[in-house]
Design a protein around this ligand. Sequence first.
Ligand code: DX5
Ligand code: ZN
Length: 221
Amino acid sequence: MQKPVRIAPSILSADFAALGDEVRAITRAGADYIHVDVMDGHFVPNITIGPDVVKALRSASRKPFDVHLMISPVDPYIEAFVGAGSDIITVHAEAGPHLHRTVQLIRSFGVRAGVSLNPSTPASAVYEVLSDIDLILVMSVNPGFGGQKFIPDVLRKIETLREAIDALGRDIDLEVDGGIDDKTAKLAIAAGADVLVAGSATFKGGKSRYAANIRRLRGAK
Ligand code: DX5
Ligand code: ZN
């Protein structure tokens, strides 16, 4: 069942020189999840942050830390991200040949497990682990950078996954990531998404705007 819309600001668009303050600010502004984009310069063409930064930010918010790992290999780093205080750990279906093993590894630590799909990866790539996961993250841009343009073709995949989740009847978040603004938020929600990652759209205009930005995205119908 599609749940009420939740907003997960991506701190990739925050002021990196003041990350703790930024996390406090989006928490006050109504963020539901804190979305952390981890990139390795190998699986994606950019390098961001590691577990030590997640750990340092942990005390800045009580909201769930939604940690999106765009790294390969991923298994050797799961434990460190659990130890840093992640609540949800999402890995890419494309990041390695043993998605099932990776998902079980995440679950073995008692945190929520998510699987992300690149724009060119079909919905079916997640079907065999649907009973084991808590979140599906549909990439609506090619991962690596904030501020890219939403790829409308992924809307069909969101619809397909909404049907699959509802048919199974499990509580699985359907999250969409990349190019979300007031307009594309509406399209993603209509297709069946119930968590929206938003970097640029949350952080635009500075701190005094965060609450209004989040409210607008959430209310997009
Ligand atoms: C892209 C990241 C996204 C990104 C979203 O690789 O996974 O979370 O930061 O940024 P916007 O909302 O600006 O497209
Ligand atoms: Zn992300």
